[in-house]
Design a protein around this ligand. Structure first.
Ligand SMILES: NC(=O)c1ccc[n+]([C@@H]2O[C@H](COP(=O)([O-])OP(=O)(O)OC[C@H]3O[C@@H](n4cnc5c(N)ncnc54)[C@H](O)[C@@H]3O)[C@@H](O)[C@H]2O)c1
Length: 267
């Protein structure tokens, strides 16, 4: 239960879904967690429930597209916890629209959150991460939430696939760059298969539309069938992968794309 003892971690998009499960799992392993989101009530409630269970957590309003919010989050991490060891870039959105349907305004928003949000986040927190990494035994880590759609093409939302593919390669490029610069920061990405969250349900709706049916159960069944293991992922499946990559158990792992997808991308 102490795989992350004394580590200070910031998780974006942590008010619900995969991010909330990740924040909880990190706290259960002893991390001090800065829960960040734009859903203030849910985010604050999660931080409170972590504290109620004896953990250390604080909520911070953070719209990943806003540089000022990142500056505030960095200040909170420094003032409240004394720095930062791990950044989990989890916040993301999905459109569920075909290439021809997406408007340029929708693409811009997708890009702002899924790509620019990660870029601003890493830029803003790099000084803090480097500072603690220089004195900790195994250094720090960045974990980026990509998707199976960042490894193979997702026909139901090609532009989402584009953003997640960008995250896959940004992760590898920074792993090499930061490694060579001696920053002592590992950078890895996680690639979930379908998980039954708010966004997961949006993917079922997009599948249903592509199948020209209103029956979400048909789409859900088809999604399950695309995972050789025979089920959807759970938020806990994904959270445990983040815990591993954030921990010192992964101290020789950098630039990796960890598929947590029930075999979705194995064929
Ligand atoms: N659910 C899936 O099937 C699935 C599959 C592969 C990858 N993912 C990825 O996992 C991550 C989490 O997805 P989820 O399924 O938990 O989705 P979700 O919609 O349940 O949660 C996303 C969270 O991100 C937050 N968010 C959205 N825009 C934000 C912004 N501008 N700033 C800060 N926070 C913002 C939301 O408020 C929400 O709390 C995403 O990056 C998603 O692309 C999900």
């Amino acid at each position: 239960m102490n795989r992350l003892n004394e580590k200070i971690v910031l998780v974006t998009g942590a008010a619900r879904g995969i991010g909330a499960a990740t924040a909880s799992a990190l706290a259960e392993e002893g991390a001090k967690v800065l829960v960040c989101d734009i859903l203030d009530a849910a985010g604050a409630a999660l931080a409170q429930s972590i504290r109620d269970q004896g953990g250390e957590s604080l909520y911070c309003h953070l719209d990943v597209t806003r540089e000022n919010d990142w500056t505030t989050a960095a200040q909170q991490a420094a003032q409240h916890f004394g720095g930062l060891d791990v950044l989990v870039n989890n916040a993301g959105i999905y459109l569920g629209k075909s290439f021809e349907e997406v408007s340029l305004a929708e693409w811009q928003r997708l890009c702002d959150i899924n790509l620019t949000g990660v870029v601003i986040g890493i830029k803003s927190l790099l000084p803090l991460l480097r500072e603690r990494a220089s004195s900790s035994e195994h250094g720090g880590a960045i974990v980026n939430m990509s998707s199976v759609a960042g490894l193979v093409g997702a026909a139901t939302d090609p532009l989402y696939s584009l953003t997640k593919g960008g995250i896959t390669l940004l992760t590898k490029a920074l792993a090499v760059d930061f490694g060579q610069r001696g920053y002592r920061l590992r950078v890895n990405s996680v690639h979930p298969g379908a998980v039954d969250t708010e966004m997961g349900r949006q993917t079922f709706a997009a599948r249903a539309k592509a199948l020209a049916t209103d029956d979400l159960e048909i789409a859900r069944r088809q999604s399950i069938d695309a995972h050789p293991i025979g089920r959807l992922g759970t938020v806990k499946d994904i959270a445990q992968a983040v815990v591993y990559l954030a921990s010192d158990e992964a101290s020789f792992v950098t630039g990796a794309s960890l598929a947590v997808d029930g075999g979705f991308t194995a064929r």
